[in-house]
Design a protein around this ligand. Sequence first.
Ligand code: ZN
Ligand code: ZN
Length: 569
Amino acid sequence: MSKIIQLDEHLSNMIAAGEVVERVSSVVKELVENSLDAKSTDITIELTDSGIREIKVTDNGIGMDKTDIKLCYLRHATSKIKNQYDLFRISTLGFRGEALPSIASVSDMTIKSNNGETSNYIHLRASKLMDEGLISLNRGTEITVSNLFFNTPARLKYLKSENTELANVCEIVDKLAISNPSVRFKLVNNKKVLLQTYGNNDMKAIIGNIYGADSIKNMIEVDNEKNGIKIKCYLAQPIVNKSRKSAITLVINGRDVKNYSVINSVIDGYNTYIPVGKYPLAVVFVKMDPMLIDVNVHPTKKEVRLSSEDLLKSLITSTIKNALFKSRLIPELKMKEEKEVFPRSEIKVEEKTPTYIDKMEYIKQSFLEEEQIELEKRLPYLEYIGQYAGTYLLFQNDSGLYLMDQHAAAERVRYEKYIEALSNPTNISQPLMVTTIIDVTKKEKIFVDKNLEEFNKLGVVLEEAGPASYYLRSVPVWIIGDALSIVEEMIKFIVEIESIDLKQIRDELAKRISCKGAIKANKNLSIDEVNTLVKDLSKCKNPFTCPHGRPTIINFSQYEIEKMFLRVI
Ligand code: ZN
Ligand code: ZN
């Protein structure tokens, strides 16, 4: 019997809003999802010229009979959705129906399929049947799409460079491979293999195949559950950060979904562990009631909406924070970088780094439950052996040589004090004995005048001294070091982002003022100062990076050092 049914007209219209096919990657995605729907366990994607010339997807799925093959290119046929209710309970891959006819209408398409009984093929050009017949084929389906958009020059022009299209395809196939670990995937462009997975459910191996063997070294695996939402995270070490946000994969109920707000909760979990403008490499699997997911937000199903999004977000952020909190994350320096498994690095596309405002969206997390662990054990025992270039502190122990960046370390210590103080703000302030004047710009003056009350609440008491200056009367008790320059920095920052809502600005403010007044580079430290610094750092929740994500300490293992001197081979 034929498995594809004609869809009720009303429902079709609900789905049909908008174009589904816009790039090579969207064609690949649709074809591969078709293969997955057909229960395939082995899927090969072969591209010619990044798919602009040809895309061929071969699978070993259940195949189609002659009627199904023909229905494929008719509009509103789908084997998935039968009524509206189903539309809101999609926990499988979602609705096809619309995609194949759309692709068929703008390309040359050949469909070959063997359903175990017969093998048929059809050839379509712009949805017109050119040829059909019987062929010989193994069980499964092979769909070839060539000359995409040949009859729609406007859209053809919209295709980007071969590199960009290929990068997008890689990303899509990567995510499909991650969300379907029991399926073998092979991606090939112009006969060059770009990805191969083995369908053996080995998630770390899959991530390693995609992002390189280094990325899974000391990878943290952690799961958690709350209010019926289950998550499982694969977290690369912070040092393995990437320049694209797409290094974060979110799989909800077996589907890779884009939900930037949830993806940001992953970034938030890594907050201050990763350099500014970089992203963690992480895969997060979520299992939740499909009724809480609205997949039908956009016809290309890129952005997915969730009902209990805040709950999921805080679960992800706190799980990641706790997991990182429990790991020792001192980067070990190596002589040589390991080679990529597949030649991916030449395929590059630009992604803009987030602006402060982008970041504001997710730095809203307030008091996350953190498990108590013994803080002192976060850093190993370190024996101080000297200072290099007035900037780096040298230590040794059984594991080799350590270099500590004294500014980064001091900044981390101060940051954690400030974030604590700003999390539990008191307006207890201490009056300044000497008259201190703060000069401000006109813009700053206007903003500060309007918000004097709010500054008071922070413990900063200002009194007008002139058209562009204030007397600084009192400063918060929690300020460490040069109060004047820290208050100046606070004012500058608060005016810059035009907000004094502490909940929103706490993290960024703490970063800014922790840099001000921290031990500088090019400063000789006494042994006492070094001891205090190391003691304070070892009490930090994250002693491994400065608040901007730069490492505070790195390790040269004895083995690596001996290798450099050719003492070992
Ligand atoms: Zn700094
Ligand atoms: Zn820093």
